[in-house]
Design a protein. Sequence first.
Length: 397
Amino acid sequence: MFKKIGPGVLVAAAFIGPGTITACTLAGVSFGYALLWAMLLSILATMVLQEMAARLGIITQRGLANVIKEQLESKWIRFIVVGIILGAILIGNAAYEAGNIGGATLGMQALFGEDFLNYYPFIIGFSAFILLWMGSYKMLEKVFVGLIFLMSISFIITAILTKPAFFSVLKGLLVPSFPRESLLTVIALVGTTIVPYNLFLHASLVNEKWKLKSDLKDARRDTIISIGIGGIVSMAIIIAATAIPIKEVSGALDLAKGLEPLFGDTAKYFMGIGLFAAGITSSITAPLAAAYVANSCFGWSVGLKDWKFRLVWISILFLGVLSLSFEIKPIEIIKFAQVANGMLLPVIAILLLWIVNKKNVMGKYKNTLFQNIIGFLIIGLSILLGAKSIFKVFGIF
């Protein structure tokens, strides 16, 4: 089974980053188990979109951006769409990379203390650099399987330590509810799981793993299992956070600190391991996704060891370490990235659904009616998420 697990693991690791951990922590602290259904919904939506992206990648043996460029006949529309993709993914991932490395730093801080705090970002950045420089998809896959396993065990054990009420958890999962002032948290949970760059990453990574149309079954299984595990990890964080006795939390490390009085150092260390694994996986996948997007948009068609491919991910990684180490907060760049990502998610969801329905692209593997119905519902959700992201930047939300 593990031999057939592949790109889905990297996708799951990509969306379980510091942002997801923080959103899940806030959901658990503020609303208990009541918003577990929102995470379940977002995981199912993610599975549907990622399956479409993976199917497209295997059938066409091309990246998502490549196929989009080919199918958009209007030069101006193509130029605008490619511009949004590059702006959201390249600039966005560069702006958010500091947060990814910061998450791993928090994990190391929980595990090893603050004596060498200033060195942690460089250790994490160097580790990510070595793994990406090796340019081996198989090596990355093995590392990510290990990190996802470590992350899963850490967060699930932390959740079990809190001794959650089984029927309350079940109710939170299966009975949708909107406690007072919970709408923005629901949107945050969905938005942190359905990540635009994962669609590009998945469509490109399946080409590294599978070459035949007969591999679709394995790709589908990989997507469901990997993203399902990611969902369980996210829910475990929400469950663990319900046990925090304080109501004011600002970030992921507060989950470890909040549980420490109840469960001692055990919870802190498990949380530290989980935070480190979540942070370092996102620190690797964000630059990797940016390099794949540049590869597709600029039509390079190069491998992981090509200098152009490496130059992109090195730039993203360097900017992340630099920003975190010197406490640089590029507010305007982050705002631009948020607007670009807000526009990108609905645009890409619409284009993806359009392309996977084209017989000249997908042949007999185009979408079924059921997949289209689910796809249209997800597009509606993506428009809501995109609008929220843009409104937030301008202070409307």
